[in-house]
Write a protein that binds this ligand. Structure first.
Ligand SMILES: Cc1cc2nc3c(=O)[nH]c(=O)nc-3n(C[C@H](O)[C@H](O)[C@H](O)COP(=O)(O)O)c2cc1C
Length: 199
């Protein structure tokens, strides 16, 4: 069984993170989940997850959303005692999806001031794969600089930029494109999205 850390931050497109978790659970993986406080607000806004500034209420709603959540470990963003705060706890890879510009900046500067930032820092220091799925438009120079520097440290930047060459007809097709591309980068075989087969 592989173990992945999936973090959802307060950028638009939280559905990408939720779908990725669903797919990874279907494939019988262990998932550590961290949702930033702004991520909780956007999940309430975009997907109707009840938060109302109540972490316990959010946790119950979030966990009950996933049909089979036995392999889902939910950690609060301020839980610095969680196993994933230490490099001695082995995980296969970490994905921040979607990744806000705020979290992107914090990771690039090694702030480690909450569990999400610390887990990303640990992933980098241990030489494990870290994938960020940034979402913002347009990008300013600070965003671009942070992404360039992270890329130079070996972090994979997979912007939430769906392609249209596979002729999507539904919103689901567009979401699946980003989720499938993320799984490709994680090294997970999948047929989540329609691939280009040439002409
Ligand atoms: C509905 C909503 C949508 C947002 N969308 C984005 C976004 O797409 N990208 C982004 O960088 N920030 C976005 N923000 C702002 C972030 O949530 C804000 O910068 C926050 O401090 C990020 O904190 P976090 O990185 O801890 O989640 C959005 C905020 C709200 C309320």
């Amino acid at each position: 069984m592989k173990e992945y850390t999936i973090a959802i931050t307060g950028a638009s497109g939280v559905v990408y993170g939720v779908r990725l978790i669903e797919k990874l659970l279907e494939l019988n993986n262990k998932i550590n989940v961290i949702v930033s406080n702004s991520g909780k607000i956007v999940l309430e806004e975009e997907m109707d997850f009840k938060y109302q500034n109540d972490k316990e209420l959010f946790k119950i709603n979030f966990l009950s959303f996933f049909k089979d959540n036995n392999n889902l470990c939910y950690y609060e963003i301020d839980d610095m005692m969680a196993p994933i705060a230490s490099g001695s706890h082995k995980t296969d890879c970490m994905v921040v999806i979607p990744c806000s510009m705020s979290t992107l900046a914090a990771i690039n500067n090694g702030l480690s001031k909450n569990l999400l930032e610390r887990a990303a820092d640990v992933t980098m220091k241990e030489g494990r794969k870290l994938i960020l799925v940034p979402r913002e438009t347009p990008f300013n120079t600070i965003h671009l600089k942070n992404m360039m520097e992270l890329s130079q440290w070996g972090v994979k930047i997979l912007p939430a930029m769906p392609g249209f060459y596979n002729n999507p007809t539904t919103l689901d097709d567009i979401i699946s494109f980003i989720v499938g591309k993320t799984m490709d980068l994680m090294g997970i075989e999948n047929d989540v999205y329609k691939r280009w087969a040439g002409q």
